[in-house]
Write a protein that binds this ligand. Structure first.
Ligand SMILES: NCc1[nH]cc(CCC(=O)O)c1CC(=O)O
Length: 306
């Protein structure tokens, strides 16, 4: 009897949606699968020595451990939550076609306040990237922390006296929430790999690598690689005020990248374009350009906060 591929997922609605995507792609090819929900904390302490990667990856750690322990065969992650360096013995099996990339402002009543320079709006997000970018554009506004999964954050927004909160469009869409009072923040450059989903497996698991290869989406793999190389060269972290977005049009990769100080007062941004066949290094080159221009000062500031 053919092997059952165990797909590990966190238990949030967003994580489950993403794991179901991978599940559907595998079953459509005739593979037998099983979804294995993994608690975020749980039995981590018994096995932490297996985990070689250090402080990064709070969202991905418990799944990585389950993978290394052989409890699951594939782990599915939001790619933007995955540290730029994967744990030893874990490799990318497939990157799925990217969904919506942008961030949205979910607002309370209207967005007139965005045009009023004297109004001190209250905006909620716990993302240092979104805070920094927001303060850069609206230095007078007050930012508030807003943690938890997407549903929790929406409930909190409804309960608090805030003007709005920022969400990834992909996260809302995947849990089937379409707030009427929302606006796309087209000026806000997203997190590297935002909107993309990755399936990872053990490096020696030829069966899973083979099973996932057909649904690896080459354009998404290329653009997210460029974005993550930009992040890795600048900093390496996954919760930093670093933004990057690459997209392909007519066989050309267009890249934009940015690093911003936490208070939004200093920033460096750059862009590149390159033929798709030639684009693998443009994220790294762009990061090196910003480091040469003085971005290292911002990187040092970010590191000190942690
Ligand atoms: N940090 C949590 C997280 N990780 C992935 C998503 C949504 C999906 C995505 O951005 O790819 C979210 C929610 C959010 O940022 O609002």
């Amino acid at each position: 009897m053919e092997k059952v591929i165990r797909i590990g997922t966190r238990e949030s609605q967003l994580a489950l949606w993403q794991a179901h995507q991978v599940n559907n792609l595998l079953t459509a090819q005739g593979y037998r699968t099983e979804l294995v929900p993994i608690k975020s904390e749980g039995d981590i302490d018994l096995v932490t020595p297996l985990y070689e990667i250090g402080v990064q990856g709070i969202f991905t750690k418990s799944l990585d451990i389950a993978l290394l322990n052989g409890r699951i065969d594939i782990a599915v992650h939001s790619y933007k939550d995955v540290p730029t360096q994967l744990p030893q013995q874990i490799v990318t099996a497939a990157i799925l076609e990217r969904g919506p990339v942008k961030d949205l402002l979910v607002y309370k009543t209207n967005t007139d306040f965005l045009e009023q320079p004297d109004y001190i709006a209250n905006i909620a997000t716990s993302s240092v990237r979104r805070k920094a970018q927001w303060l850069r554009k609206y230095p007078q506004h007050q930012l508030h922390n807003l943690r938890g999964n997407v549903n929790t954050r929406l409930q909190k927004l409804a309960a608090e006296n805030w003007d709005g909160a920022i969400f990834a469009a992909a996260g809302l869409e995947r849990i089937n929430v379409r707030p009427e009072t929302s606006v796309e923040l087209d000026w806000m450059l997203p997190a590297p790999a935002q909107g993309a989903v990755v399936a990872v497996c053990r490096e020696d698991d030829a069966f899973c690598l083979n099973a996932c290869a057909p649904f690896n989406h080459a354009p998404t793999a290329l653009t997210t690689k460029v974005e993550r190389e930009f992040l890795r060269t600048l900093m390496g972290g996954c919760t930093t005020p670093i933004s990057a977005y690459a997209h392909i049009q007519d066989d050309t990769v267009f890249f934009e990248g940015e690093i911003c100080s936490l208070d939004g007062t200093k920033f460096f941004s750059t862009s590149r374009q390159s033929a798709t066949g030639n684009a693998t290094n443009i994220g790294k080159d762009a990061a090196e350009e910003l480091l040469a221009k003085g971005a290292a000062e911002i990187v040092a500031q970010i590191r000190n906060v942690k």
